[in-house]
Design a protein around this ligand. Structure first.
Ligand code: DX5
Ligand code: ZN
Length: 219
């Protein structure tokens, strides 16, 4: 299994971002996860393009953007120009118009779709959108904030279901929220491809590299 680690930069101390980015560069991280929140789709505002531009300049790792916004359409051209690797939109934000998936598919970016804890995996099949999707991101917390508790029941059930669907379709399974040193051993039995981890990586500055590498080599 080739497990990818995506440190979630929202949990990093932004005032120390220049040193933190050096540590991420030195680590075995695969991609940097950037949470963009509009204060409308979720009750929080986070990560502006000043930080995205900073990361583009200093990170040797590719970037992925997780859009917790009501209008993800506004971001396609912009993120494409910035050469973002993965663009992840929320199913709940595009429920009335799935055309954005086709639009992202035409760019060089990978198409990611995020599902809130209360959204079932079956929506991906019912609406026949699975064909466009490169990454399914399971939210294992309610989106909006770093440092929340992992929601056990819905998350593991969904990972189980996704593994079944994966035999037929070609996508990666990503999981985001509340992953830590305690639940990681159980979680990896469900074969996720990408782990998004915030607080557990960043809460001790001198352990950033060792934590990233620990998760990367957990298998
Ligand atoms: C939550 C975000 C996550 C979160 C992960 O809305 O999408 O990326 O910050 O951070 P931790 O690992 O602290 O839950
Ligand atoms: Zn996220």
């Amino acid at each position: 299994m080739n497990l990818s680690i995506a440190p979630s930069i929202i949990a990093a101390e932004i005032s120390n971002i220049d040193n933190i980015i050096k540590k991420i560069n030195e680590s075995q991280a695969d991609v940097i996860h950037i949470d963009i929140m509009d204060g409308h789709f979720v009750p929080n505002i986070a990560i502006g393009f000043d930080i995205v531009n900073f990361l583009l300049k200093y990170s040797i790792k590719p970037l992925e953007v997780h859009l917790m916004v009501t209008n993800p359409n506004d971001y396609v051209d912009k993120l494409e120009k910035l050469k973002i690797k993965n663009m992840i939109v929320h199913y709940e934000a595009i429920i009335n118009d799935f055309s954005i998936l086709e639009k992202i598919k035409k760019t060089n970016m990978k198409v990611g779709i995020a599902l809130n804890p209360n959204t079932a995996i079956s929506v991906l099949l019912k609406n026949n959108i699975i064909q466009y999707i490169d990454i399914v991101l399971i939210m294992s917390v309610y989106p909006g904030f770093s440092g929340q508790k992992f929601i056990t029941k819905t998350s593991y059930d969904k990972l189980y279901e996704l593994n079944k669907i994966k035999k037929k379709y070609n996508f990666k399974i990503e999981i985001d929220g509340g992953i830590n040193m305690t639940n990681i051993d159980y979680l990896i039995q469900y074969n996720p491809d990408i782990l998004v981890i915030g607080k557990s990586i960043f809460h001790k500055y001198d352990q950033i590299i060792s934590k990233i590498n620990y998760f990367k080599n957990i298998m």
